[in-house]
Design a binder for this molecule. Structure first.
Ligand SMILES: [Zn+2]
Length: 308
């Protein structure tokens, strides 16, 4: 199906990365290659990529980054040093890179034609790629093979994310496959994008219905909407709720009122968990990056539907 695309999975499985980060290698007919998301700086993973290139007689020309999270980019300088490939990223990317890729810009390597698509949402500096020859979409953390994506402020934003999904449906719904940042290859691109769009709409409707039943804090909303999930997911869910609420506030559909009291321990555990305790020291930095933990939620707000 995507015969010129290979997946090398990084050995970094976790709740955030599913079975590990997918590193994608695209081979041209002339023996040149592009690597999308070289992954974490795990030496064995970098060696695996280099060995794959050598065994398949491929010369790596370009390393393309979907976004700057620590499970996607730290191997890039190592792989660049080992191969001489240039690193390409979004113009807002803080990751070291040699060249920016703008929206609709095409990176050509042999007969590979990799188009960059500005895809804000999961982060502001997220790129999705579309390879024209194989009609394959590479979505990074914008669409995953299983489950849903974390949209957490301050890096993540809900309305830009939804606009990105709608654009992907309109322009790339006919892609032959989606190669995601984590999880299996998706062969029905349009159905997967639809599913993602509907999931976000459904969650927002649940949130609005909960607010319709009376003012609520984020921990209240999480307990109501994500009743069955465990505490780790509740903390992620809290950040998703925040992303919706920020959008709804900006649209004057929801009003926030600051509560003049200290947070309870339960609220603290949902809004600002001690990640080292919850997921362990090894996984905490990635979870903190993915969930925007640098944004401490130190005041508790009560949200209600705006009166029109
Ligand atoms: Zn990410």
């Amino acid at each position: 199906m995507v015969e010129r695309v290979a997946r090398l999975r990084a050995p970094n499985p976790s709740a955030m990365t599913l079975d590990g980060t997918n590193t994608w290698l695209l081979a041209s007919r002339t023996g040149e290659a592009i690597c999308i998301d070289p992954g974490p700086a795990i030496p064995a993973h970098v060696e695996h990529i280099v060995a794959y290139l050598r065994e398949n007689a491929l010369v790596l020309r370009a390393i393309a980054l979907t976004h700057g999270h620590p499970d996607h980019v730290p191997a890039a300088p190592l792989l660049a040093a080992a191969t001489g490939a240039k690193i390409y990223a979004h113009r807002f990317s803080a990751a070291p890179h040699d060249a920016n890729l703008d929206d609709n810009e095409e990176l050509r390597v042999g007969d590979l034609r990799l188009v960059a698509i500005d895809a804000p949402g999961h982060t502001l500096e997220h790129l999705v790629f579309y390879e024209r020859e194989s009609a394959t979409l590479f979505t990074g953390d914008t669409i995953l093979g299983t489950g849903t994506v974390v949209i957490a402020p301050p890096g993540g934003a809900m309305r830009p994310y939804q606009a990105t999904l709608r654009r992907l449906r309109a322009d790339f719904g006919d892609a032959r496959a989606i190669c995601c940042g984590h999880g299996p290859i998706v062969t029905d691109a349009r159905a997967k994008i639809e599913e993602y769009i509907e999931h976000r709409e459904r969650r927002e409707a649940e949130l609005l219905a909960a607010l319709g039943a009376g003012a609520q804090t984020i921990p209240d909303l999480v307990e109501r909407i994500y009743r069955d999930a465990d505490l780790r997911l509740w903390a992620a869910a809290a950040r998703q709720m925040l992303a919706y609420l920020l959008a709804l506030e900006e649209e004057h559909r929801v009003t926030a009122r600051r509560l003049e009291r200290a947070m309870t321990a339960r609220e603290q555990a949902i809004l600002n968990p001690d990640w080292v305790n919850v997921v362990g020291a090894e996984h905490a930095p990635l979870v903190e990056a993915e969930l925007g933990a640098q944004l401490r939620l130190d005041t508790i707000y009560e949200y209600s539907l705006s009166r029109r």
